[in-house]
Design a protein around this ligand. Structure first.
Ligand code: ZN
Ligand code: ZN
Length: 137
């Protein structure tokens, strides 16, 4: 068994995926687009090398929005992935669609500029007004 294998999928099980490479840049994103696309105050993402990620059951519905590509289960609507474009070599996956979300640990909060005032952060993780500054983008 591959200890690095991460499996996950949507609420209804129509779409399943697996990732065979290490997740990195685990972040809580507070941007208004993540918020609205999930219906939640913020979304926790993990990045993977695109070549190590694949859908194993079904395919998500893709939505191009604000020049980004988001994907969702076409049946139950669970948000699954985010890419900066169709040819991007990095894919972000919603940590809470993992079968075992506790296996990764978030490192920071991004897009704090958009944070809702009633979300109080007490985890002492670094915060970034927008993107992570150590990361060229
Ligand atoms: Zn589903
Ligand atoms: Zn976001």
């Amino acid at each position: 068994m591959n200890p690095n294998l991460i499996c996950g999928g949507c609420l209804c099980g129509s779409v399943r995926y697996e990732a065979t490479r290490h997740p990195y840049n685990i972040t809580h994103c507070h941007c208004s687009d993540c918020r609205r696309s999930s219906g939640a105050p913020f979304v926790t993402w993990a990045s993977f090398c695109r070549s190590g990620f694949r859908f194993t059951t079904g395919l998500p519905r893709e939505l191009e929005w604000a020049e980004r590509l988001r994907s969702f289960c076409p049946d139950c609507g669970t948000p699954l992935t985010f890419m900066s474009g169709p040819e991007a070599d990095e894919i972000d996956v919603t940590v809470c669609s993992f079968d075992q979300p506790a296996t990764v640990t978030p490192a920071d909060h991004t897009w704090i500029d958009d944070r809702l005032p009633w979300i109080r952060l007490a985890d002492d993780l670094p915060t970034y007004e927008r993107k992570r500054k150590t990361h060229a983008a």
